[in-house]
Design a protein. Structure first.
Length: 364
């Protein structure tokens, strides 16, 4: 198998949250070995920096990766598996490449999508994976208006979008919040997730990679922070711990760093690479999130699917793949204008994962 390797004013914050308010949280270069570098900030799609990890040339390396081989503490590159096959079969293949066995009750965290026209994942694409692990689709209500701000409304959206037809759906904060400690953070002392969070033993974080009006981009880290946050938790993240009742008034750097810290609390609770894995689909990539019911038209189309034990590595790989794709300038501008890469910088600093990764193409 061949390997591939702020300043923001209050006005911008309000506008960004308003965009999600309408929705309620609405590279292929497989013939070379690739490692991550810092994505371009000039719209060129090229980092202009040297690769920062050596890639093992042993072609006999097994596809499956154990937790040990992707440890965030051992100084090695985290493994990110890639397939260009965006199909139920491709999704199953990249999942199986992780060689991970869930235990107990399995939750699959995804976005149910804001109506009427968001780019949420097609239930037919993900059905086989979810049913193969007897998974329950989990989501949380949104903090600021839209069609998914209350449980009954949210469940109706899940039904309308076809998710209840393929699996049980659980709104994790239907009965309130539970608190998770944040270790090593500078913004948050604790994170609040839906109270049903502890009802599940294993988590598959299934993300649609895309842009985002406030965060710059949405991927694995956003899915385990804002995505798993209860209403109180979402407010704490948006305000860097200042308020659990209102998402308004925070600054951009505080927001991006709080996302990383909330994500780390989830990873720590579940055991890094033990009871949680990450899969991201790169298709229909708009500059707007699936929390936006009327997003901009996608400028980037089918790239592939990636999977990893490391949320930082998988997000960095998605950034690199998307930035290298045709039509990526609008996404680059969105990410850079929101200082979106700072989420990854801070996540790496606090030990959530590594931006250094080894991309393994399972198609070859």
């Amino acid at each position: 198998m061949k390997k591939i390797v702020v300043w923001f004013s209050a006005v911008l914050l309000v506008l960004s949250l308003a965009a999600c308010g309408n929705s309620t949280e609405s590279a292929e270069n497989n013939d070379t070995e690739t490692t991550n570098s810092q994505p371009a900030t000039d719209g060129s799609g090229s980092s202009g920096q040297e690769e920062n990890v050596s890639v093992n040339d042993d072609s006999e390396k097994e596809t499956g990766a154990s937790q040990d081989t992707v440890s965030r503490d051992n100084g090695e590159a985290s493994v990110v598996y890639f397939t260009s096959d965006i199909s139920p079969e491709g999704l199953m293949a990249v999942y199986e490449a992780l060689n991970w066995e869930p235990t107990g009750g399995v939750a699959v965290k995804l976005s149910t999508g804001e109506p009427p026209a968001s780019n949420y994942l097609d239930p037919e694409l993900i059905k086989d994976l979810i049913q193969s692990v007897d998974g329950t689709i989990v989501e949380c209500n949104t903090a600021y208006g839209g069609s998914r701000t209350e449980t009954a409304m949210h469940m109706q959206v899940a039904e309308d979008h076809g998710f209840t037809a393929i699996a049980d759906v659980d709104i994790l904060d239907a009965e309130g919040s539970m608190e998770l400690p944040v270790e090593g953070g500078t913004r948050l002392e604790s994170n609040r997730v839906g109270s049903h969070f502890a009802d599940y033993d294993s988590y598959i974080i299934l993300s649609h990679f895309k842009g985002h009006a406030m965060a710059g981009f949405g991927g694995a880290i956003k899915n385990i922070s804002i995505g798993l946050g209860s209403k109180e938790g979402k407010c704490l993240i948006h305000t860097a711990g200042a308020s659990s009742s209102s998402p308004w008034g925070g600054d951009q750097t505080g927001f991006t760093e709080s996302m990383a810290e909330a994500g780390k609390s989830v990873s720590d609770y579940l055991g890094y690479g033990n009871r949680i894995i990450y899969i991201s689909v790169l298709n229909n990539i708009s500059i707007d999130c699936d929390c936006d019911g009327n997003p901009a038209k996608p400028d980037i189309h089918d790239i592939g699917i990636v999977a990893s034990f490391d949320p930082v590595a998988i997000d960095q790989a998605c950034i690199d793949l998307a930035f290298a794709a045709e039509g990526s300038k609008t996404l680059q501008d969105r990410v850079n204008s929101r200082d979106g890469l700072h989420t990854l910088e801070h996540a790496e600093e606090i030990g959530l994962g590594s931006r250094t990764y080894e991309l393994v193409n399972i198609d070859e």
